[in-house]
Design a protein around this ligand. Sequence first.
Ligand SMILES: C[S@@+](CC[C@H](N)C(=O)[O-])C[C@H]1O[C@@H](n2cnc3c(N)ncnc32)[C@H](O)[C@@H]1O
Length: 346
Amino acid sequence: MTSQIYSCPVCRGSIQDLGKSLRCTSCSVSFPLIESIPVFYNIDNYYGEIDRERMTRLIELAKTSGYRNAISVVIDDPWIQDYALDENRAKWINLLPLDTNTKVLDVGCGWGTNTIPIARNIKHVTAIDATIERVKFVQLRAEECGLFNISTALASAMALPYPSESFDIVIFNGVLEWLGGDDTKRTPMDIQMQALREAYRVLVSGGLIYIGIENRFSLRYFLGQADDHSFIRFTSLMPRWMAQSYFKLRTGKDYFMHTHSLSGYRDMLKNAGYSQESEYHPWPNYRHPVDFVKLNKIEIVKHLSSKIHELPFGTRKWFHCTLLRWLTALEGKGFFCHSFLFIYKK
Ligand SMILES: C[S@@+](CC[C@H](N)C(=O)[O-])C[C@H]1O[C@@H](n2cnc3c(N)ncnc32)[C@H](O)[C@@H]1O
């Protein structure tokens, strides 16, 4: 493993390596090492597409028979298998200026599906997640792929355990929307802003933040598709207070998984100090992108109009074409796209 320099997520003091743990030289807080992974966050936290028991089994199996085999044995849902393994999901890395000197922080690395292809192209990737099983999996995956330029840690996006100006690029792919549940006493917006400011702190001057995320006002939500995060229809379209009451009524839980509109994301990034570098509409979505369409009206309408001709219409072709052209014109303003990719600069 390439050596990694840490700073205390509590007081920003420097960190001393004591062999079996790390310790802050200023506030004396200790951080354990579990299977050589530094633990800067609550070990009981769990997020996953499968339950914790199955994930633990998967990791044990990966140690003896490889991560691919472990996934195919423990997970029977092909969508999840593909989500965890398909490195084409990270096709967007070609939009970033990566070279052999680049240092990347992958925040909320999940199964490492982005971490691994990024590491093949650059100097060093630091992959963090708030779930220890995810981090353990990425560590095993990196070792099996023979990639020794990956460091991992259990850490939170809101308190990064790294000194200021440590990274050239910080990645948030499908992560920002999940952060709002971290603290029930604060609004999801406050928490998301804290994560954006933390990323700003650890970026070098001129460094880039990359965000892949859904559009709160995606057309499919108006057409009745369940929200990708609450799994309940229309929640992202509602005013926040209404979504909160409705979600609480339906599930007993708080509605914290806030996505935003195009202008909402732009305001957040600007308020965190970033300036715009480039913005894309990933087609068909940011999770499995095939094309990247620059987020300007002409490019996006051209792209979506070309897709209309690929749709199998019957006798109602004219009506559908007219309706879709009208809607694509609105998508062209970024109103109704499925999702966005933002590349902003410090
Ligand atoms: C939808 S997954 C995305 C995973 C990965 N980035 C990808 O694109 O495949 C969201 C990830 O964010 C992680 N996460 C949630 N809250 C976090 C936090 N406060 N700090 C760091 N990671 C967090 C979850 O554990 C999960 O792995």
